[in-house]
Design a protein around this ligand. Structure first.
Ligand code: CTP
Ligand code: MG
Length: 207
């Protein structure tokens, strides 16, 4: 019956696999939790959006808008504020739950909680800029860019400005599982949230 739980080296195989799976699942859950302030930024920009466009109506030499009417100051500020407030709430929960769910130590954590939604909306702006350069109108589909622009923005901003925060969560050790999980679920989440936004009348297109 040695094969039931032990491998060649006499190490119980099943518990090892189970532990590895547990670590992977934990890394994935932590990565998702850590990105919630970034995830809410875009939907909240839709809720708060309207008014003066961020490019003030400016057109580039290609005859297209710099960003377009879909990127407004109100959406940008509302999205960042929402992500920050959610982050404070989650940090509050973390302080009574588990230190592993913490976003970091005070006061530096405040910077992280701003950078997360800021990075997301910066990525969103970069996506809009690229869409306009490709000649795509506001709201036109850009597969890949629509789903991942905010994630790329978040990752770049955090990697550049807070690598000590980003690397253990999304790169080193089990963090890489977190990155993989986020890359897999983001298009699914994006689709679900946009369909809900569209049905509720907040979004003009279901993507
Ligand atoms: N929004 C905003 N300000 C932002 C981001 C979004 O006001 N910084 C609002 C706009 O009303 C926008 C809506 O949220 O139309 C949906 O956002 P998004 O899908 O990112 O913009 P699109 O309208 O699809 O425009 P684009 O083609 O430029 O992505
Ligand atoms: Mg869009």
């Amino acid at each position: 019956m040695a094969s039931r739980a032990a491998n060649l080296y006499g190490v119980p195989a099943i518990p090892v696999v189970a532990m590895a799976l547990e670590d992977t699942a934990l890394a994935a859950a932590l990565a998702f939790w850590s990105l919630l302030p970034a995830y809410v930024a875009n939907p909240m920009a839709v809720v708060f959006g309207g008014g003066t466009p961020m490019d003030f109506g400016r057109t580039l030499r290609d005859g297209r808008r710099l960003l377009g009417d879909g990127k407004t100051w109100r959406g940008f500020a509302g999205g960042i504020a929402s992500g920050f407030v959610l982050g404070l709430l989650l940090q509050g929960i973390a302080s009574v739950a588990s230190p592993r769910t913490s976003f970091g130590a005070w006061p530096g954590v405040l910077g992280i909680l701003i950078l997360l939604p800021f990075g997301a909306l910066l990525g969103d702006l970069l996506g809009a800029f690229l869409k306009r350069r490709l000649g795509l109108e506001r709201g036109a589909k850009a597969p890949g860019l629509d789903q991942y622009d905010f994630l790329i923005g978040t990752f770049l901003v955090l990697l550049l400005l807070a690598p000590a925060w980003w690397l253990p969560r999304f790169w080193t050790g089990d963090g890489i599982w977190g990155l993989g999980f986020i890359i897999l679920i983001t298009p699914v989440l994006h689709r679900v949230v946009n369909v809900i936004g569209y049905r509720w009348g907040h979004k003009r297109e279901p993507w």
